[in-house]
Design a protein around this ligand. Structure first.
Ligand SMILES: *[C@@H]1O[C@H](CO)[C@@H](O)[C@H](O)[C@H]1NC(C)=O
Ligand SMILES: *[C@@H]1O[C@H](CO)[C@@H](O)[C@H](O)[C@H]1NC(C)=O
Ligand SMILES: *[C@@H]1O[C@H](CO)[C@@H](O)[C@H](O)[C@H]1NC(C)=O
Ligand SMILES: *[C@@H]1O[C@H](CO)[C@@H](O)[C@H](O)[C@H]1NC(C)=O
Length: 653
């Protein structure tokens, strides 16, 4: 806060000295005069309701594309395809949780090097960047982009002016925004404007003090001559809670053939931004998909073009969300109340998950090609990358699920903690994926867990019993009758609990693991061992060991849950898909890299995308951690099939 005040003070001093300052409702502009094209700047010309880029009228057709959902080596390919459409900008979020998985330990390398992403887009393809800094982003990402460890803080309300929350945001923005600053247009870079928060009007807090805090914090770190904006659904109530004085309001809405509807959406924006350009920050050519979803209701390419043409004719700037979706690799998918989001973030976007041009792509490109006054016409249609069908490989069951907790990595005992009562993922400081809970019980009966998230796979003495479910559509199940306890002996109760993604917007206090006592016949079970399962496993070590050993040794016959291993031989690496048809539910790991969850018994996603760069010539290790049982994929006990095919399969009805 002090920093912010001193900035104002310095700035006012400067204003007095300089005649050339330009003030608009959306910022103070330290440029000699509007229209000077020699000084990089991006601002709103309120007299003409338009953007000015380096002093000249500007509008954009952009596409959302998330660097963190694309293999680093494929950024170039995907950005080139965005430019070839005729777009002149990209838009993306910054996911706080991915950059700070461990509190205080920031990662901006490799796949997370957003500055490099924007510089490549700019220098190679002339694409501007519209940047959405959060801190909350939604994006169908785990916890809406907020770090899991915020749940360990005494935050009464996330995304509000709660001082505990805002202090964390200050810490993050003080790390993030200095990295954004050199990329800003005023400093010669490609970043035109910054979105704070995301569809805040849709959140129940409606906390204006929080939005003012975010605005002032951002300005204090990048200067008050940077255009800030908000995005909200086009409804008056949403805009009321999502906008704040001095920050340019934009709206989002999907395709429609009804021009009147589009005009009305922009009229609402105009009500909150009387002097500014028309902007649709999210125009949806596709949509997200949840596990278990049977149908997809998408706009036709004709409607997408029709709505685009209407917006274009109105002089609007607009962004396709998504132009290219990519993949929720690892455990980064979020969840909605009904069900978790699938691993693929293909989104039915114009550029497919594997970077291919689609019919939608070609239609949009054709439309832009026909715009005679558009300054960046499409380029030649780029080719698609080769795809490989490597065929079927044998997967052998090498370890039971119970063994997972000892398999974390080389000589590493894992993150095991012993307590009287079970503890959550957050208390264990194990953010994502799986935690194993183990206790000794003397008798069987009714096992009840009043509170947990999300799925509890229950095993007795190594045998799979059933799965408890917090909520999956209309299914809720928190108890199971367990039978088969050994008399006068201690029995091993083992529970593998799956965090299948924290919710993206309904709640952001979505704790995972066992969140209450666990009862057997009404008695709380005492003394627990909890182990965070570190995936991917140390595959080289573990893989060789497993292949050397007699793989049947550790496995009970007729067991179909556990760790399966196989070898994929590849002559020439290309993109491929692991077809999980016939498997139950689990996680697929190739060459030590977690490609995400599979759940073909629910669908619709049947295949996992494996990009070429993660395969090597020769032998590739394939590991499947199967939680529920690979039924149809197995020809015999402990010999099952994984198939590598050359296209994705989504099983919609
Ligand atoms: C948590 O926050 C509440 C409300 O701000 C406060 O009353 C309480 O003392 C805090 N507890 C801890 C442990 O900091
Ligand atoms: C969009 O579709 C409607 C209904 O078919 C049609 O009347 C209108 O002319 C179309 N608009 C554009 C811009 O193509
Ligand atoms: C749950 O949903 C399924 C599928 O839509 C339906 O068949 C079933 O009747 C529903 N059950 C309840 C209890 O609502
Ligand atoms: C187990 O006990 C709970 C609590 O008494 C009860 O609600 C539940 O129906 C029982 N479960 C089964 C499967 O019988």
């Amino acid at each position: 806060m002090e920093l912010w005040k001193s900035c104002i003070f310095l700035f006012l001093n400067f204003c007095i000295q300089s005649e050339g300052i330009v003030r608009t409702s959306y910022g103070n502009w330290n440029i000699p005069k509007i229209g000077d094209r020699n000084i990089p700047s991006f601002l709103i010309d309120e007299s003409k309701n338009q953007f000015l880029l380096d002093g000249l009228p500007f509008r954009y057709i952009s596409g959302s594309i998330h660097y963190f959902r694309i293999p680093r080596d494929r950024w170039d390919e995907r950005l080139g395809k965005v430019r070839a459409l005729g777009f002149n900008a990209i838009q993306y979020y910054i996911p706080w949780n991915m950059h700070e998985l461990e509190e205080g330990n920031h990662d901006f390398s490799g796949l997370l090097d957003f500055a490099e992403f924007s510089m490549m887009a700019f220098h190679k393809y002339g694409l501007w960047t519209i940047l959405r800094v959060g801190p909350y982003i939604c994006g169908e990402l785990e916890n809406g982009g907020l770090p899991w460890w915020l749940l360990n803080k005494n935050v009464t309300k996330q995304r509000s002016s709660d001082r505990v929350f805002t202090r964390e945001v200050e810490n993050w923005f003080e790390i993030l925004l200095p990295r954004v600053k050199p990329l800003l247009r005023k400093n010669g870079g490609p970043v035109l404007m910054l979105q704070i928060e995301n569809e805040y009007g849709s959140y129940d807090a409606c906390d204006q003090q929080y939005l003012r805090f975010l605005r002032d914090l951002t300005r204090s770190l990048v200067g008050d001559d940077v255009l800030l904006f908000t995005t909200d659904g086009s409804a008056e109530s949403l805009l009321k809670c999502g906008t704040v004085e001095g920050v340019f309001p934009t709206v989002d809405f999907g395709p429609t053939d009804d021009a009147k509807e589009i005009e009305n959406n922009f009229k609402l924006q105009r009500k909150f931004a009387p002097n500014g350009p028309l902007v649709n920050s999210e125009y949806y050519p596709g949509w997200l998909v949840l596990w278990g979803q049977k149908k997809q209701n998408l706009p036709s390419p004709q409607t997408i073009i029709n709505g685009s043409q209407t917006m274009y004719s109105l002089g609007a700037s607009f962004n396709y969300y998504m132009i290219h979706g990519g993949t929720n690799f690892g455990f980064w998918n979020g969840a909605e109340t009904e069900a978790p989001c699938i691993t693929s973030y293909d989104y039915d976007a114009p550029i497919s998950e594997s970077g291919d041009v689609t019919t939608k792509y070609l239609e949009i490109r054709k439309w832009i090609k026909g715009l005679t006054d558009w300054p960046t016409p499409p380029l030649d249609v780029p080719g698609n990358s080769p795809k490989g069908r490597f065929g079927k490989i044998k997967m052998r069951l090498v370890h039971s699920v119970e063994k997972l907790k000892t398999l974390t990595s080389l000589g590493d005992p894992g993150d095991c903690v012993e307590t009287d009562k079970p503890i959550s993922f957050e208390t264990l400081k194990h953010p994502l994926g799986l935690v194993a809970y183990q206790a000794k019980i003397n008798s069987c009966g009714n096992l009840t867990i009043p509170s947990f998230g999300d799925f509890v796979h229950v095993y007795l003495n190594g045998k799979y019993i059933d799965t408890l479910t917090r909520r999956y559509y209309n299914l809720t199940r928190n108890s199971v009758i367990i039978e088969g306890c050994l008399e006068n002996e201690e029995n091993r109760l083992f529970m593998l609990v799956e965090n299948q993604g924290r919710k993206t917007f309904e709640t952001i206090n979505d704790r995972k693991g066992i969140l209450s006592d666990v009862f057997m016949n009404g008695q709380a079970i005492q003394f627990w061992t909890q182990c965070g399962i570190k995936l991917p496993l140390q595959e080289d070590f573990y893989f060789r060991k497993a292949m050397r050993n007699n793989y049947r040794k550790n496995v009970k016959s007729n067991q179909k849950q556990g760790v399966f291993i196989g070898i994929l031989s590849v002559d020439a690496p290309t993109d491929t898909w692991l077809d999980t048809t016939g498997w139950g539910k689990g996680i697929a790991i190739v060459n030590g890299r977690n490609f995400g969850r599979y759940w073909p018994t629910k669908g619709p996603q049947m295949t996992l995308y494996i990009p070429a760069e993660f395969l090597k010539i020769g032998e590739n290790s394939v590991m499947m951690v199967e939680l529920e049982g690979a039924e149809e994929a197995c020809t015999s006990t402990s010999s099952c099939i994984a198939d590598f095919i050359d296209h994705p399969v989504f099983d919609f009805q």
